[in-house]
Design a protein around this ligand. Structure first.
Ligand code: ZN
Ligand code: ZN
Length: 417
């Protein structure tokens, strides 16, 4: 028997409380009377308790939390009958979708062991993921379409910390990862809520400039990369705080350093190399090299995890096309920390990135009023997946290309031009 280890002594309780406050006041901007659905690894119990306290202090209606646990997940892979891997708890996701339709906000605490499923049969992992993605779709759509205010924050789970800091004892690793999460989430500052207001203002300046330029494409060049990413018709750049369809302005990701928009699903050409490993549901996929033709990935290689990458690309037709392009300066605090977090929430904020799969409807002008057919007609991609991977570095240049073909420097050597 294993008891969930308690590392509260190495996780600064004041900063943890500030993280809970930022999640409720900045991340969610939870409204009086609003219900809240939380998903969290069991190791994050102390953070869940603090978030729940701050949610009720902010006037929450009902806070409901659903926990995940590594050992129970692995028990399924070890003992469940084969047919189990095509099943998912659809009743649970239907309930979540109903809660969101009734106005609940959603908070996810990330921090699962990124290598949890690395020793498992990749085809079982792929089947379980697919069943889960299909069952989750009604709930995910409400989040991806930004119907509701939502937020993700992180907690330093021990297995995750050991992967990020393999050379120090577990307790030290948890403390170091906690400090890195607190710094990236700006809760090590005296007034985190004010710091977030200033940061959101800076991100808004960038997205306002890009929206004024109305580029038809971005051209990325660097080692192993010569990629033209056409932007969707009527695309809109976002970054930092933004307003959900329910009228609440929230910060979906804590931390966040990116400005991002929707590529055109049919207008991506050239080849691109990843600049950081991608940790995808337990497998590390490294040195990705893909080739696009007419927006579609026609060739995909990786020095590590290639089989998993190709299974991901076969999820559905939209899995081979882009749903997001995002710009992050190489000098972002997360990039400067030099830490590879093996966690998309952090790693995507260290580097320019693209995402395979589902687009965000909010990244269109007047996106809230567009139908799925209109979004598709304007170049928006749809898929069961949305997977970000990093293509930026201090060696990558980006030009904006206007409709008349004129080029404008956007980034040079990884920094805003
Ligand atoms: Zn992104
Ligand atoms: Zn993304």
């Amino acid at each position: 028997m294993t008891i969930v280890p308690n590392f509260q002594t190495v996780v600064d309780p004041q900063k943890l409380e500030k993280l809970a406050e930022v999640a409720v006041k900045v991340g969610l901007r939870l409204q009086p009377g609003q219900d809240l659905v939380i998903t969290a690894p069991i190791a994050a119990l102390s953070l869940v308790r603090l978030i729940t306290k701050h949610a009720y202090m902010a006037g929450a209606g009902i806070v409901s939390t659903f926990y995940s646990d590594e050992e129970t997940t692995l028990a399924r892979y070890e003992y469940a009958p084969d047919a189990s891997f095509d099943k998912a708890s659809d009743w649970l996701y239907e309930g979540m979708a109903k809660a969101y339709a009734n106005g609940a906000a959603r908070l996810a605490i990330s921090g699962d062991n990124p290598m949890m499923l690395s020793g498992q049969d990749p085809s079982k992992v792929a089947r379980a993921n697919k069943a889960n993605s299909m069952a989750y779709k009604p709930a995910l759509e409400k989040i991806a379409n930004f119907d509701i205010n939502w937020n993700i924050v992180s907690y330093p789970n021990a297995a995750w910390a050991k992967q990020v800091f393999p050379d120090v004892p577990e307790e030290v690793a948890v403390g170091k990862l906690a400090d890195a999460i607190f710094a990236a989430s700006r809760v090590d500052l005296a007034d985190p809520v004010a710091a977030w207001a200033e940061h959101n203002g800076n991100l808004r300046k960038r997205s306002t400039w890009l929206n004024g330029e109305r580029f038809s494409a971005l051209h990325f060049t660097g080692p192993g990369t010569d990629l033209t990413v056409g932007l969707a018709d009527g695309h809109e750049w976002h970054g930092g705080a933004s307003t959900a369809k329910n009228g609440i302005t929230c910060n979906p990701n804590v931390p966040t350093e990116e400005v991002f928009t929707t590529p055109h699903a049919l207008r991506v050409e050239g080849h691109v190399s990843s600049t950081k490993p991608l940790s995808h549901q337990g497998t590390l996929i490294d040195n990705i090299q893909v080739k696009f033709e007419g927006g579609r990935i026609v060739e995909a290689k990786a020095t590590k995890g290639e089989e998993v990458l190709n299974k991901v690309l076969d999820t559905d037709e939209g899995a081979r096309r882009l749903g997001e392009v995002a710009l992050v300066p190489h000098s972002s605090p997360i990039s400067k920390s030099g830490i590879l977090f093996y966690n998309t929430l952090f790693d995507e904020n260290a580097s320019c990135h693209i995402a395979l799969g589902q687009c965000y409807s909010k990244c269109f002008l007047d996106g809230a009023s567009l139908s799925q057919d209109q979004i598709k007609a304007q170049g928006g991609n749809s898929s069961l997946i949305h997977i970000d991977w990093m293509i930026g570095s201090d060696k990558v240049d980006i030009d904006g290309i206007r409709a008349d073909g004129a080029r404008v420097p956007v980034m040079r050597k990884g920094e805003w031009a």
